[in-house]
Structure formats: structure tokens, C-alpha cells
Design a protein around this ligand. Structure first.
Ligand code: NAP
Length: 348
């Protein structure tokens, strides 16, 4: 495909933490080019460089600096909109775009649990994309990306579910400050601190993996059936969510077998070699001090999931640590991979 044929995309919430990652990751994308950026009324009509509080080191996109920020109204010149909108407003705005024929790929929670909306991790449940055919929009569609902590956990669980079955899961997260958006990043409350509450996060982590790991049948997703207990904490790390997981499996197995199925795991994005897909989905580290956000979050463009410390557990069967980049794998990068999958399946 030559550059002239690239698909035009718009970024809703372009000034936010996730919006900025969309912009950074879409520079020089082989299939998509940013034609529109949009945000709230306070930013509309201004040049991007004059309002954005750019937080990604050394990567400000100079060619977008003078671009004028538009309103989040469905009159943008693009086919796809990637949404990094605040969840207080995302629901209605995203629906409005879909009803007006746009493909919406969203990071916000609002439509994730709708029956006809796929909650997509391209390496885990690409077949759930089918469900958009049952949506009642005029040529538009809504596809959602799961919560940032759900993504790392669910990618770790998928090979275990396929090979051994899952009885139950307990997870405790240590989540980066960039996950709280620009306001949290600017506040001092997270410095030298741990906040043992993230609004709505535990509920999302306890239900989203079950939808993602569910089976689709005649446009209906039958949720996976095992209990998940989650405790979520905000910690003083810039990027990268770390999760301590305990798991009870249905079949007996060994540490070596589990590591083997993680290392060998791949699915449609790897087979189709989608541009943003990690070459290896899961990296397992034998060093007992790993994974750590500072050293592993950026592996393979920030799209790989890192796991370590797999060992037997006294209460469950096994315990381990998972790490993934929250604004790349867990947000903008994951959403772009969803759109790449749609492109590869001729759904755009
Ligand atoms: P953020 O930094 O607070 O950014 C929010 C964006 O929404 C800004 O661009 C803001 O524009 C825009 N906005 C706010 N009110 C608006 C309105 N009334 N109309 C139009 N635009 C409006 O938040 P974030 O961390 O990027 O998160 C964005 C979404 O992604 C949230 O739903 C969040 O839950 C989800 N998410 C975040 C992460 C993460 O790691 N950060 C991961 C997964 C999912 P202005 O600057 O003009 O106000």
C-alpha cells in the first residue's frame, strides 16, 4: 500500500495521556495516518502545541504541533476514530460517531460490557470481532480495548486456560501513575506513596477477563466461568503495571510446562505479522528479580507481556508476576492493534 492510500484516523482526547500515546505510535504507521485531533471545549480551536502538556520524552510530533484541535463531533475527515476520552463523556460521543458511520476503537470503559461490542485483545479473542456484524450502526462500529491491567493478566491467563483449565484467580496490582491520566500525573499525592484504591478498577478486573476469554456463538459471547478476586493499588512508577497473580488450575501441571506454553504462545497478530504486534507475545524471565517496569515495559515496542517468578503456591497451585505497559499494550498500542486486525480482516 502506498502512502497516499493510508486510512485517515482521528484521535478523540488527543491531549490526554492515552491520546498522546496514540499520536506517538501512529507517526509513520504503514496503514494509518492522523488527519484529525479532537479534545474538550477548552482546547478546541487552539494549536496542539499550545495546549498539550506533552509527557512522552523526546517524541513530540513536530508536524502535528500546528494542527488545530477540533470538537469531538462526527464531522471529522477520517474513517476511524481512536478514543482516549475521559469516561465521563466517552459513552455518548463514541455512540454518536458510530451512528454516523465511523469505526470507533475505544479505550474507555463505557461500551466494554455492551452485549454487541467486542472487548478485544487481538492475541486472545480475535474471533469476537464477528460480533460487530450484529451492531445497529449505519456502517459504523464500536470496538473496545480492555482495562490496562486486564490486558496483561488476560494474556497471561489465556495459554493456561487453553492447556490446563482455570479454577480460580487472585490478583494484586501495582499500577503506574500514567494510568490515572494527566491530572494524577501532575498531582503530588502519588510521590513517595501507595494509594490502595483505584475507582472501579477491581470490578473491571474481575469481570473483563471473563468476557474476553468467553466463547462466541451466533453473535453471543458466553463468558468464561471462574472467579477472579482483584486488589488494585496506585504506586509511584511512571509507566508499567505490575501484577502478582495466584492461580488454581483444573489439570495438574509443572512450572516447566507452564513456562513452555507461555513462551510458545502466539495467535492471529503474529501469524498475520500485524505492524504493531509483538513478535513474541510473552517473555518469561528466569531471573527472580524480574520483571521490573523500568527494564521490561518497553520490550517489543511496549507491546509484549513480561512474566517471572512462577513458583508453587501454598493456597492456590501457582503464583507469578506479570508486567505490561499500561499506555501502550494496555491502551493506545492495544487499540491500534485492534484496528490493524480489522484492516487485515477487511472490516474497515
Ligand atoms: P486524561 O489524560 O485525563 O485525558 C482525557 C482526555 O479527554 C483529554 O484529551 C481531554 O481533553 C478529553 N476530554 C475531557 N472531557 C472532554 C469533553 N467533555 N469533551 C471532549 N473531550 C474531553 O485520561 P487518560 O489517562 O488519557 O485516559 C483516557 C481514557 O482511556 C479514560 O477513559 C481511561 O479510563 C482510559 N484508559 C486509560 C489508560 C491509561 O493507562 N492512562 C489505560 C486504559 C484505558 P482536554 O485536554 O481538552 O480536557
Amino acid at each position: 500500500m502506498n502512502t497516499k492510500e493510508k486510512i485517515k484516523v482521528g484521535i478523540l482526547g488527543a491531549t490526554g495521556s492515552v491520546g498522546q500515546k496514540f499520536i506517538a505510535l501512529l507517526q509513520n504507521h504503514p496503514w494509518f495516518e492522523i488527519s484529525e485531533i479532537a479534545a474538550s471545549k477548552k482546547s478546541v480551536g487552539k494549536k496542539y502545541k499550545d495546549v498539550v502538556d506533552w509527557i512522552i520524552p523526546n517524541s513530540f510530533p513536530k508536524k502535528l504541533g500546528n494542527k488545530i484541535i477540533k470538537e469531538c463531533k462526527p464531522n471529522l475527515d477520517c474513517r476511524i476514530v481512536f478514543s482516549g476520552l475521559d469516561s465521563g463523556v466517552a459513552g455518548e460521543i463514541e455512540k454518536d460517531f458510530a451512528q454516523n458511520g465511523y469505526i470507533v476503537v475505544s479505550n474507555s470503559k463505557n461500551h466494554r460490557m455492551d452485549d454487541d461490542v467486542p472487548l478485544l485483545i487481538p492475541e486472545v479473542n480475535p474471533e469476537h470481532l464477528e460480533i460487530i456484524k450484529s451492531q445497529k450502526f449505519n456502517g459504523g462500529a464500536i470496538v473496545t480495548n480492555p482495562n490496562c491491567s486486564t490486558i496483561g493478566l488476560t494474556i497471561a491467563l489465556k495459554p493456561l486456560l487453553d492447556n490446563f483449565g482455570i479454577e480460580s484467580v487472585n490478583v494484586v496490582t501495582m499500577q503506574a501513575i500514567s494510568g490515572g491520566g494527566i491530572e494524577v500525573m501532575k498531582s503530588d499525592i502519588v510521590k513517595d506513596n501507595v494509594i490502595p484504591f483505584i475507582s472501579g478498577e477491581e470490578e473491571k478486573m474481575e469481570i473483563e477477563p471473563l468476557k474476553i476469554l468467553g466463547k462466541i456463538n451466533s453473535y453471543k459471547i458466553n463468558y468464561a466461568e471462574f472467579p477472579i478476586s482483584a486488589q488494585c493499588n496506585r504506586v509511584d512508577v511512571f509507566d508499567g503495571h505490575t501484577e502478582c497473580v495466584q492461580i488454581k488450575l483444573k489439570k495438574e501441571t509443572s512450572v516447566q510446562e507452564i513456562i513452555k506454553v507461555w513462551k510458545n504462545y502466539k495467535y492471529v497478530p503474529q501469524i498475520k505479522e500485524l505492524p504493531l504486534a509483538p513478535k513474541q507475545v510473552i517473555h518469561y524471565f528466569e531471573d527472580e528479580k524480574l520483571p521490573q517496569p523500568k527494564f521490561q515495559r518497553d520490550i517489543d515496542k511496549g507491546m509484549a507481556v513480561s512474566i517471572g517468578r512462577l513458583r508453587p503456591d501454598n493456597l492456590f497451585d501457582f503464583k507469578f508476576v506479570v508486567l505490561s505497559h499500561n499506555t501502550i499494550r494496555g491502551a493506545a498500542g492495544g487499540a491500534i492493534l485492534c484496528a490493524e486486525l480489522m484492516y487485515a480482516k477487511s472490516l474497515l
